[in-house]
Design a protein around this ligand. Structure first.
Ligand code: IVH
Length: 674
């Protein structure tokens, strides 16, 4: 509490200094890739700033580094109309087309030398940033080119986007065009985490970036490894530039992260050479590019050329072929998923593709194999457009062995031998045997996963052993495991066996939505599970809900409703639920149940003013809510209590005027002493 003795002006200066320092480190880390302090030291600076701002909320500004992550999720995004339409770019695929582009321009300007800038074409999501007087005030998606979504709160969570321009001479109004993307490293790690949490991985970094910006909760977006590259200016008021390359350099000097490896070219031959050189070199980049963008450098010439209704005449994209390789398809194996879906996977002779060795590729489903007539023994072309798992895009027919036969999709499950059935209305083929060991293994893994029952130590290897040795034949069997069952298993000493039993015991208290999610009901993801838990509060009520009642729930459609209903009306599942209950699993929402117990402050409205000594405002608010009370930001006739800390504001005066009950910190805390 040393800051208390500082004058307001001294605090202001201190806050400014901390912000500058944090911004400098952000720049070093995210723009120059050359951090000078450790993460620990960085976090410490951030904490100092946060603490000071918490004590002096009136000194918090929009561009403070503490403001990257907003507090509240949005209901929906509002639309923004772009001052200048965000057009698209015409694509070309050959040298000839690029030469034609050049000739078209040269025809309009026969006596001028045309200079170009060649940039990477980032495979991300087009974004417009608006800086007013140097402060980021808007981040918008391209949308249909004329109107986009206001995604400012999500954009602000991206650390490589400056909240404030640095340097001195920036334009009073600046609109920056660029791409939000995920690099290979971030994408891989992010997808691995998703898979661990039993969430579907994203197909490629582009989808992942786009999905992340569409989240309504900026706190979630903040967890996603998003990055940004600028590639131009839209509006710029108060300063003028003559060329695009000057504008890019200016952006760099303002601390905006600009596309790497852009090149000014003085002839169209140089442009082509640059495009060619990067066709190979792009594999070394840490992010996906799908081509080069060729732009006329002079703004005067750009303006005179103008645009068609779709795209400007001064820019084109030179697109690269998707990266592919040809290899031998040695075998097709079938993987059995949790719901029994059989997914065909190609086993390949290992081959190098985009810097990784590929030996497996997904074949999606039976239709896909038939449509492409993919056969064992074929030479197949595989492609990777940034996806985690490469796909087989086609067969090199000239190399097909003469004796080869079309692939016959098995009629029996490769794991348990039961007949497989094709779902009506679906392309998926499923094993119908509810006790298929492969399905059981996947179900157990799902039940134990982090977002479900979070049973530490229950990984793939252990599940394999438990099922293969018939120690577990269904989910409830997990709760009957004993020390002597576990200890003889591979990699399971006494300590880890005990830990596992402890983890199982702990898992009995998980909240209802995790339990529902863990059951692995088809179509029911974590979000739907939360909705069900919130509405029904007890497992019993979910089990007994009618199809109509389920369907009447917001965000639960008829397919999901049917799936839930039929799950709880299947004999095996009824037995399973009753066994789980007998094992002592909590069948109610633990959190909600315990929150409901004490309603001492039910309906009471609190207003907080001044600084509390022993807890933050947020914590005080949480406490009030636990007893059923509510916090309001201003004093009104409906206020029941005004809690007064040090340095109270005008709220205290009002409370006295209106004779509202005033509590000091000690009196306030008495509510919670029990
Ligand atoms: S310039 C008038 N430069 O590609 C269009 N765009 O396919 C001005 N893109 O919507 C855009 N890298 O989002 C430009 N270096 C780059 C780019 C780039 C990626 C995106 C951009 C555009 C899309 C068109």
């Amino acid at each position: 509490m040393k800051e208390k003795s500082l004058t307001r002006e001294e605090v202001r200066i201190k806050i400014e200094k901390l912000r500058k320092e944090i911004e400098r480190h952000d720049q070093k880390y995210f723009l120059e890739n050359a951090p000078v302090i450790s993460d620990y030291e960085y976090d410490r600076l951030m904490k100092q700033l946060k603490d000071l701002e918490a004590l002096h909320p009136d000194l918090v500004t929009l561009d403070s580094p503490t403001q990257r992550v907003g507090e509240k999720p949005l209901e929906s995004f509002s639309s923004v109309r772009h001052a200048i339409p965000m057009l698209s770019i015409e694509n070309t695929y050959s040298h000839e087309e690029v030469l034609e582009f050049h000739q078209r321009i040269q025809k309009v300007f026969p006596n001028e030398e045309i200079h170009y800038v060649v940039e990477p074409k980032i495979d991300g999501l087009a974004i417009l940033l608006k800086y007013e007087n140097g402060v980021l005030t808007l981040g918008a998606t391209r949308g249909d080119g004329f109107t986009g979504d206001d995604v400012t709160s999500n954009i602000k969570t991206i650390h490589s986007i400056a909240l404030k321009l640095s340097g001195k001479k920036w334009p009073s109004l600046l609109e920056v065009k660029g791409e939000v993307y995920m690099d290979h490293f971030g994408f891989k790690k992010f997808n691995q985490e998703r898979e661990k949490a039993s969430e579907a991985p994203f197909a490629n970094p582009r989808n992942a970036a786009s999905g992340s910006l569409k989240l309504l909760n900026p706190r979630e977006t903040a967890q996603r490894p998003l990055t940004f590259f600028a590639h131009g200016m839209a509006r710029c008021e108060g300063l003028q530039f003559e060329t695009h390359s000057q504008a890019l350099r200016a952006l760099q000097s303002y601390g905006v992260r600009v596309v790497e490896h852009y090149k000014k070219c003085d002839s169209i031959q140089e442009v082509l050479a640059c495009c060619d050189a990067w066709e190979e070199k792009r594999k070394e980049l840490l992010y996906d590019i799908d081509g080069r963008v060729i732009k006329v450098d002079s703004f005067r010439i750009q303006n005179l050329l103008g645009s068609t209704s779709k795209s400007p005449r001064w820019v084109i994209a030179y697109k690269y072929q998707a990266q592919s390789a040809v290899t031998l398809l040695e075998n097709i194996v079938l993987q059995v998923g949790r719901t029994g879906t059989l997914t065909p996977v190609a086993q390949l002779t290992p081959v190098e593709l985009c810097g990784t060795t590929v030996s497996r590729a997904t074949l999606h489903n039976r239709d896909e194999i038939e449509r492409k007539d993919i056969r064992i023994g074929d030479r197949v072309r595989i492609e990777k457009g940034g996806e985690v798992i490469p796909k087989v895009v086609g067969v090199v027919l000239e190399k097909r062995p003469s004796m080869s036969k079309p692939f016959k999709f098995p009629t029996a499950c490769p794991e348990c031998g039961s007949l497989v059935v094709r779902d009506e209305s679906e392309v998926a083929i499923r094993c119908q045997n509810a006790s298929c060991p492969a399905q059981l293994k996947r179900s157990l893994e799902h039940f134990a996963s982090r977002k479900a029952m979070d049973i530490e130590g229950m990984g793939e290897r252990l599940v394999d052993q438990l099922v293969n040795q018939k120690l577990v034949c269904s989910v409830p069997d997990l709760y009957r495991l004993k020390l002597e069952d576990l200890m003889p298993l591979e990699r399971m000493g006494e300590k880890s066996s005990q830990n596992l039993l402890e983890a199982l015991e702990q898992s009995k208290k998980r909240s209802l939505h995790r339990f529902i999610f863990g059951l692995g009901i088809r179509h029911v993801g974590i979000h739907a599970a939360e909705i069900l838990a919130m509405k029904y509060r007890e497992m019993e009520a979910v089990i007994n809900a009618s199809c109509e009642d389920l369907e009447a729930t917001h965000e639960i459609g008829s397919v999901m409703a049917k799936s839930i209903f039929s799950f709880f009306h299947t004999k095996e599942n009824i037995q399973m639920m009753s066994r789980l209950e007998k094992s002592g699993l909590c069948m109610k929402d633990y959190e909600i149940a315990s929150r409901k117990k004490d309603e001492t402050l039910s309906g009471k409205v609190f207003v907080l003013t001044g600084i509390l000594k022993s807890l933050s405002r947020e914590e005080a608010g949480q406490l009030i809510k636990t007893l059923g009370g509510r916090v309001s930001s201003s004093v009104s006739r409906s206020t029941d209590y005004v809690v007064v800390g040090e340095d109270p504001g005008s709220k205290l005066k009002k409370a006295k005027e209106w004779k509202i009950k005033i509590l000091d910190e000690e009196e306030f805390l008495k509510f919670f002493k029990k």
